[in-house]
Every structure is written in structure tokens, then in C-alpha cells.
Ligand binder design. Structure first.
Ligand SMILES: C[S@@+](CC[C@H](N)C(=O)[O-])C[C@H]1O[C@@H](n2cnc3c(N)ncnc32)[C@H](O)[C@@H]1O
Length: 432
């Protein structure tokens, strides 16, 4: 039971004090750096200075917890049942409404309606809904202006990033229960909520192979997704002792167009890289490689399910395994075996789900949403430490998870796995 001076009562006061203290420190950084205060205004800065990020995180976590603590449970349930945000966001991105609103100016609902196939009352109700999310504002009756968030949506990549949930994730997620009931326990990437929602199109990859324009838009959106602070590549670049690897060769399996390897190569001159991905992807990466990295970053088309044929000191997998069920992850891991020697490292840069309630709820919720998203799209999952250990053991007991590094502020952990040949029960690719 909670009494007025009991645990919960103290918790709200503790949280309030923490918020006050952290806001004061954050404010001091802004004063010292002569940076404008956070606001929703169109010209407000898109991010806080690096020195303020730790205080920002503390305030966000504490205010969220305080907010939820002060809601009565019925209101907490009500808050979490909303399903309407995505409809206004879908319309904004479908009609590219952010580009209709002039920077620094206004446009009427009527004029926006004329540029879409919607009528004025519909546009008004949708945009007023978005305004309650701080996307657009109505500085005078009937006129629409930007906030800093809506102005960001003028950028095609940001618009593509926003459209992913209303256009792809949402229709799939509403089919998740149906998919689980239709194909209980399935690990197949074609037996998914996504395929139910997209008239039998087997996977996201198949959808994009039929729709190259959609594929480009998705790629642009994913690039912007990578700018979210918790997914930023810098967390990986700074979060591991890359320097201590000395003169090492790293193969980045499923490394896309090589953005991580390029960032690592620029920062750590002793390292060399091979980026492996599908042929079309690596072709693009090769074409865009900065000249000064030629010879240090190589691109090779390689299917991760086929036996690895490049000898290296480290095999890196960044957000690759979360796209696959255990069955397929095991195949990818076993495909490495032919080239592995004792001491070779496998670095897995992917989420390592926390024990429930051990990290701020806001951060945990994002991770658990990503887990459900992987289920809906790929029949895949995010994994906790025990699940990672089981997966590695199942693939081959010589894969030994040595460390789970959680870089500060990062959603993705860096899991250091070492190939050890002293194991009692080695299993190799030959047993597949
Ligand atoms: C979620 S993305 C991660 C990309 C990159 N590692 C990063 O962190 O930005 C997964 C990548 O795996 C690649 N991929 C998918 N199937 C593959 C396969 N069979 N062999 C090699 N790469 C594959 C995709 O093309 C894509 O670049």
C-alpha cells in the first residue's frame, strides 16, 4: 500500500528535484554556448549541444516517469490505447503537405485542400490533430505555419522516415495476431503480418524489388532513422575499443553501403574493411566511397547465408540479426565457420533487451516496439542476453559471448563474441 509519505510520494518529489537540477544544468550549457532555448518555433535548433545531451536524457526519463506516476490507472490505459496519430501523419506525408507550407510564412487550409484531393474540413481536422502533436501550428484562424518538426518534414528523407510507420509498419502490425494464429511458431520471413497486409507479397525486400522508387524512399528514410541519437553510428564508432584491435581487417556482413566502415576507417587509421551486402547495394557503396579511403574499404557482393570466404580478424554484424528468426541467424553464423580461427572476433551491434523495468520505461518501450516491428515485418525479433547466448550456443558452442557493452545513450549494444576452439561439442557448417 502506498501512503502519502511512502515510497511513491518520495519518488515524485525525488523526480521533481532531479528534473529541477538537470534543467538548471541544461540551461547553463545553453547560456554558456549562447544557444537558443528549446521551443516548437519553426527556427528553433534541431538539436541541443552535445554537452547538454546527458541532462536532456535525464529530464526526459524523469518527466515521463513523473507523468505516468501522476496519471490515474484508467487514464494511463486510455493514454496508451490511442491509434489515431498515424492517420494525420500518413496524410501529411502522402501529400507532402510540409512542402506546401512556405518557410517563415502561412497557407490556408483551403489552399492546402486545393493541392490535395481532400476537402477543406478534412484537411483542417487532420492538421489540427497533427498540431496537437506539435507538427504545424495555426498562428491565426484558418492559416497553417510550420513548427520546427513540420519544417523538418520538408526534407524528403525525413518525410520518408515518417511515412514508414503509417504506410508499412501500421498495416502490418494490425495483422500480427492473425499471422501468429495462422502460422503458430513460424520462423519464415514469408509467413508474416507484413505478407498478410500486402496481398501475399512475401517480404519487404520483395516489395522493394517490385518498386524501386519505394526502395529508394525507404533507404532515404532509414538514413534519417540513423540520425536518431540512440541509433547514431557515433555510438558504435565511440563505443568500442577499435583502436586496441591494432592493424586488423574487419568484414562488415550486411554492411549496406558501408557508412559504418567509412566512419570507422576515418577515425581509426590502422583498420581495413570489407563491406559485404547484396550486389546492387555494394555497387552503390563502391561508387560513393570517398577517394582517400580507396584501398582501405573494399566492397564485395556476398550472400550472408553462403559460406564466408574472406579471412579477417573481426566479423561485424550491425542490425542484421534482428531482421531474422533464430533459424536463419544460426545459418548466418554457421556460414562464418569455414574461415574462423581461434581468437577471431564476431561483433554484434544489435539491441540486447534489458530485464523488464531496469532501464527508463520510455527507452524500454522503444526497444519493445522495435521487437514487435521485427515480428510483424520479418518474423524476427530483438533478443535479451540469455536469448543471444542460446542463439550462439545453438549455432556452435565455439561462439563464446565475452562481453555485452552498452554505450551510453545507445539503443544498440556491442556484443563481443570470440571463436574458441576448446569447446567440447564443436558443430560445424558440415552438419547443416
Ligand atoms: C537492417 S540493414 C543493416 C545495414 C547496416 N549493417 C547498418 O547497420 O546500417 C540489413 C542489411 O542486410 C542486408 N542483407 C539482407 N539480406 C542479406 C543477405 N542474404 N546477405 C547479405 N546482406 C543481406 C540488407 O541489404 C541490408 O543492407
Amino acid at each position: 500500500m502506498t501512503v502519502a509519505n511512502g515510497t511513491h510520494a518520495r519518488r515524485i518529489v525525488d523526480l521533481a528535484n532531479l528534473i529541477q537540477d538537470s534543467v538548471a544544468k541544461l540551461d547553463q550549457v545553453l547560456i554558456d554556448q549562447n544557444t537558443p532555448l528549446p521551443s516548437f518555433e519553426e527556427d528553433a535548433p534541431a538539436s541541443l549541444p552535445d554537452e547538454a545531451l546527458e541532462f536532456q536524457r535525464t529530464v526526459l526519463d524523469a518527466t515521463d516517469e513523473l507523468h505516468d506516476l501522476l496519471l490515474d490507472p484508467l487514464s494511463l490505459i486510455y493514454k496508451n490505447t490511442t491509434c489515431y496519430n498515424l492517420i494525420s501523419l500518413q496524410v501529411i506525408s502522402r501529400f507532402n503537405i510540409a512542402c506546401m507550407v512556405p518557410p517563415g510564412g502561412t497557407i490556408s487550409y483551403d489552399e492546402i485542400a486545393r493541392q490535395t484531393d481532400l476537402n477543406e474540413p478534412t484537411v483542417r481536422r487532420l492538421l489540427r490533430h497533427a498540431m496537437a502533436l506539435h507538427i504545424f501550428q495555426e498562428p491565426e484562424q484558418g492559416m497553417v505555419a510550420h513548427t520546427n518538426a513540420s519544417r523538418l518534414l520538408r526534407d524528403p528523407g525525413t518525410s520518408a522516415f515518417m511515412s514508414f510507420h503509417p504506410e508499412i509498419a501500421w498495416p502490418s502490425t494490425v495483422k500480427l495476431l492473425e499471422a501468429w494464429q495462422k502460422w503458430p511458431g513460424s520462423e519464415e520471413p514469408s509467413e508474416t503480418a507484413f505478407s498478410l497486409a500486402h496481398n501475399g507479397i512475401a517480404s519487404l525486400y520483395q516489395l522493394f524489388s517490385r518498386n524501386p522508387e519505394g526502395a529508394l524512399r525507404f533507404a532515404a528514410g532509414m538514413q534519417v532513422f540513423g540520425n536518431l541519437p540512440q541509433f547514431h553510428m557515433d555510438r558504435t564508432v565511440e563505443g568500442y575499443e577499435w583502436q586496441a584491435l591494432g592493424k586488423s581487417k574487419i568484414v562488415d556482413v550486411g554492411g549496406s553501403e558501408g557508412h559504418l566502415c567509412i566512419a570507422l576507417a576515418q577515425r581509426y587509421p590502422d583498420l581495413t574493411f570489407v563491406v559485404q551486402d547484396m550486389a546492387k547495394v555494394v555497387e552503390k557503396g563502391q561508387a560513393n566511397l570517398p577517394h582517400d579511403l580507396e584501398g582501405r574499404v573494399e566492397f564485395v557482393a556476398h550472400d550472408a547465408f553462403f559460406a564466408q570466404n574472406i579471412d579477417a580478424d573481426v566479423y561485424l554484424f550491425r542490425t542484421v540479426f534482428h531482421n531474422w528468426s533464430d533459424k536463419y541467424c544460426i545459418r548466418i553464423l554457421r556460414a562464418l565457420v569455414p574461415v574462423l580461427k581461434p581468437g577471431v572476433k564476431i561483433l554484434i551491434n544489435d539491441m540486447c533487451l534489458p530485464e523488464p523495468g531496469t532501464i527508463p520505461a520510455r527507452v524500454e518501450l522503444d526497444m519493445r516496439c522495435m521487437d514487435l516491428s521485427m515480428a510483424a515485418l520479418f518474423n524476427a525479433r530483438e533478443r535479451d542476453e540469455a536469448e543471444w547466448r542460446n542463439l550462439l550456443l545453438e549455432a556452435d558452442s565455439r561462439f563464446v559471448l565475452k562481453r555485452v557493452i552498452q554505450p551510453p545513450g545507445a539503443a544498440l549494444a556491442i556484443m563481443e563474441v570470440v571463436w574458441e576452439e576448446t569447446s567440447l561439442f564443436p558443430r560445424t557448417i558440415l552438419e547443416l
